[in-house]
Design a protein around this ligand. Structure first.
Ligand code: FPP
Length: 263
């Protein structure tokens, strides 16, 4: 695995970034402290496009094209789960043309990338509500989930039509129903049980949350799950986020001391 990584460290790689290259050194990454779950808020597509005099959708398209590289990098490093915030429950408020464009991206992304994702043993999953998604969007995602379901490598988890508060409210309602039906007692509700009512049930909580574009907020993303995640922010817009940024985030993560409230 680490041999394969050399490819990414190659200074001739098109992703090389002079300011981050110093930390991109194999010596600096510890193989035994790779975050199991990395979650990314892919922000700044619109601003990236505006800066170039392009329509916002061009930024989303460019952002979509960036997902595979980061996925393969994460997979090569040994990350187990990569959750990408692709569309929030609040994003429906955007202009119709932008929403329609975003909803067409899975149809483009999966046919384009699925072979390489298959070759790399990547499994596709979705966290979010299927209800409300256009049929064509859902079909593209579900086909990819079905096609990759037996893959055992990195889980590429798309947060699509996802919102953290709704997830908590739905989970709590479901728990109360189960209490009413006698399937659960209030005393049974512990952190582990609570997690099993979240849409991410079965996945580890994110160890590292990355947000691009300079914004430093959570935007309703994985509110329960990121209680103890390390947060890492970069000014780079998502379409310009490179493998080197990713490696820098992991390197900084490895220098953090996670205490979970202890000392
Ligand atoms: C936030 O940037 C980004 C989004 C709302 C969409 C992110 C989606 C992708 C990158 C592609 C998803 C691909 C698949 C296959 C599902 P913004 O528009 O808020 O940027 P701004 O803050 O600069 O306006």
């Amino acid at each position: 695995m680490w041999k394969r990584l050399k490819h990414w460290f190659n200074p001739s790689s098109s992703h090389t970034h002079s300011d981050t290259s110093r930390v991109i050194d194999q010596e600096l990454l510890k193989k035994d402290n790779i975050p199991a779950h990395v979650a990314i808020i892919m922000d700044g597509n619109g601003r990236w496009a505006k800066q170039r005099g392009l329509p916002r959708i061009a930024g989303h398209h460019s952002g979509m094209k960036n997902i595979k590289n980061i996925t393969l990098m994460a997979n090569a490093l040994g990350v187990k789960v990569l959750t990408m915030y692709a569309f929030s429950t609040e994003n429906w408020k955007r202009p119709k043309e932008e929403v329609d464009f975003l909803m067409k991206l899975p149809q483009e992304f999966f046919p384009l990338e699925i072979e390489e994702l298959m070759e790399n043993n990547v499994q596709i999953r979705m966290t979010g509500w299927k209800e409300g998604l256009p049929t064509h969007t859902l079909k593209a995602v579900e086909d990819a989930i079905e096609r990759t379901k037996n893959n055992t490598g990195l889980i590429l988890n798309f947060a699509l039509n996802y919102g953290g508060r709704k997830e908590l409210l739905d989970g709590i309602q479901q728990m109360l129903n189960d209490v009413q039906e006698g399937k659960l007692t209030p005393e049974d509700i512990c952190e582990e049980r609570f997690s099993s009512y979240m849409l991410t049930a079965g996945l580890p909580d994110p160890d590292l949350l990355i947000r691009t574009s300079g914004e430093q907020r959570l935007s309703n993303f994985l509110l329960w799950q990121i209680a103890y995640s390390e947060l890492w922010f970069t000014n780079a817009y998502w379409p310009e986020f490179t493998n080197e940024h990713f490696l820098q985030a992991i390197a900084e993560y490895q220098h953090r001391s996670r205490r979970y409230g202890g000392i």
